[in-house]
Design a protein around this ligand. Structure first.
Ligand code: ADP
Length: 470
């Protein structure tokens, strides 16, 4: 089967979050299962593109509104990722450092989608399935079936995965001409509640819609920023498939980002050394249980309650624990987290920014990982934590509910119901009791490292889904 993934992110080429991890790993596992999977994404001008060699495989133009953008399709030299990676270089739109958050993101990603289809249109072979990821690729299923230029793809099955339904990419009708010409009869397919909405358009037009966990699929039919009715209407073609993790990249025995590598047999020593190194770096006390957070500092992740959690935990239980936070996002949260450092120096620290290496070191060196998320479509952090012998403390929502079972229910994690300071503090309290029961704690650590969250099952589930469309 020839599978084409189209996405705004793909690890290691460009990553802002879990989307990149998934698009970076799934094609690799599909290739290992004997299929030809490749990824098409924009060419950003970051570290990865400057450090790698590419060959130009196509040049063309993408007409978006009144502009006609020249673009090149660059193929990564050598199959270093385990599959082919094609990056579309569109000068003026993507020759920037960051992936998102520019005023012209609508123009950028529509042009990218048009360029991707122009490239596919130029090829002799027709893929067996086109798999699109999140709203930045939301018009592809529509364009493949309703835009005259791309009618060649009318019978090619499309799968659309919602990694995060919070971001829908809506824009006003005045920009309708950004899309290539199609019959006005189909206007309703791109519209939702008076705006053009790429996510809604994908849900309407893709042959199959998936979410990254069954729990999230269930939740979004009653809460997804105005798209609930649409999702309920399209329920029959929708399914939740739990993400896997790339166990080549996320393996404490071989992880080149760790100074101390370890496996199940020497987890106690491995984690003790990793924790000591981490604590030294951030001037924390390695004798105390270490609670950490890694992620975007936004309300969706429950990051807005973290300053309050830190303050009350440190004030009410001074010297009993350490808290370390790695993240970036809303300025108000960043400032509040930094502000607390002076007050609780020695027991609390925050690193504001994005740091892939440090994230690996934190998964390895922590005792507990906090995930108080309000919304969590799947959540990869808890699965990485488990693989590194770190106990996740999660709010029961979306994929967190599907992957973490509370120790009180014969499980291995700590769960709470609300995204509130009270619930998180109560969980930290429970965690400290658990931490002090050294024997039980050591047993659970070994157990969680062996839970299989690899892509093997999910990759098969996606293949079965594609086959059902033939
Ligand atoms: P998201 O909603 O952000 O995609 P996921 O749990 O699906 O959440 O994936 C988050 C991914 O991003 C994980 O690989 C996590 O380690 C990584 N990550 C998030 N923030 C940071 C950061 N500041 N530094 C390094 N890695 C980060």
């Amino acid at each position: 089967m020839e599978i084409i993934h189209i996405s705004a992110e793909c690890y290691p080429a460009a990553k802002a979050g879990g989307l990149a991890d998934v698009v970076g790993a799934l094609p690799k596992y599909q290739t290992m299962l004997g299929h030809t999977a490749s990824v098409i994404m924009p060419f950003y001008h970051g570290k990865f593109s400057s450090e790698n060699e590419y060959s130009k495989v196509f040049s063309g133009f993408a007409r978006m509104g009144h502009a006609n953008y020249p673009f090149d399709v660059l193929k990564l030299e050598k199959k270093k990722l385990g599959y082919d990676l094609f990056q579309i270089d569109i000068p003026g739109l993507f020759d920037r450092k960051n992936i998102y958050s520019y005023k012209d993101d609508t123009e950028r990603f529509i042009t990218f989608q048009i360029a991707a289809l122009n490239y596919l249109n130029s090829l002799e072979s027709i893929p067996d399935v086109v798999h699109c990821h999140d709203q930045h690729t939301g018009f592809i299923p529509f364009m493949m079936s309703k835009v005259w230029d791309y009618r060649k793809f009318e019978s090619v099955p499309t799968v659309f995965t919602i990694h995060n339904g919070e971001y829908q990419g809506q824009f006003v009708f005045e920009k309708m001409n950004y899309l290539p010409p199609f019959h006005s009869f189909f206007n309703g397919l791109v519209e939702w509640q008076g705006l053009i909405n790429p996510l809604a358009c994908a849900i309407k037009c893709a042959w199959k819609v998936t979410t990254v966990s069954p729990g999230y699929m269930e939740e979004i039919s009653y809460t997804m920023k105005g798209l609930e009715d649409l999702l309920r209407a399209e329920k029959n073609k929708s399914v939740g498939i739990l993400n896997g993790i790339d166990t080549d990249v996320w393996n404490p025995e071989t992880d080149h980002m760790l100074d101390e590598k370890y496996g199940v047999s020497n987890v106690e020593k491995g984690k003790a050394v990793s924790k000591k190194l981490l604590c030294e770096e951030f001037s924390l006390d390695p004798e105390k249980p270490l609670f950490t957070f890694i992620g975007r500092l936004v309300g969706e992740k429950g990051a807005d309650i973290l300053p309050d959690v830190v303050y009350h935990t440190m004030i009410n239980h001074p010297g009993e624990q350490n808290i370390l936070i790695l993240g970036s996002g809303e300025k108000i949260i960043q400032n509040a987290l930094l502000h607390l450092e002076n007050q609780f120096r020695g027991n609390y620290c925050s690193y504001i920014g994005y740091n892939e290496k440090l994230s690996h070191q934190i998964y390895a060196g922590s005792d507990f990982l906090l995930m108080p998320s309000r919304v969590e479509p799947c959540g990869l952090n808890q699965m990485y934590a488990l693989r590194y012998g770190t106990i996740p403390i999660v709010r029961r929502t979306g994929g967190l509910r599907d992957t973490v079972v509370d120790i009180g229910d014969n499980g291995f994690g700590i769960c709470h119901d609300q995204c509130t300071t009270h619930d998180v503090r109560h969980s930290i309290h429970r965690a400290k009791f658990f931490y002090n029961d050294k024997k039980a704690f050591a047993t659970i650590r070994k157990q969680v490292m062996q839970i299989d969250h690899s892509w093997n099952k999910a990759a098969m589930d996606y293949l079965d889904l594609y086959k059902s469309l033939k």
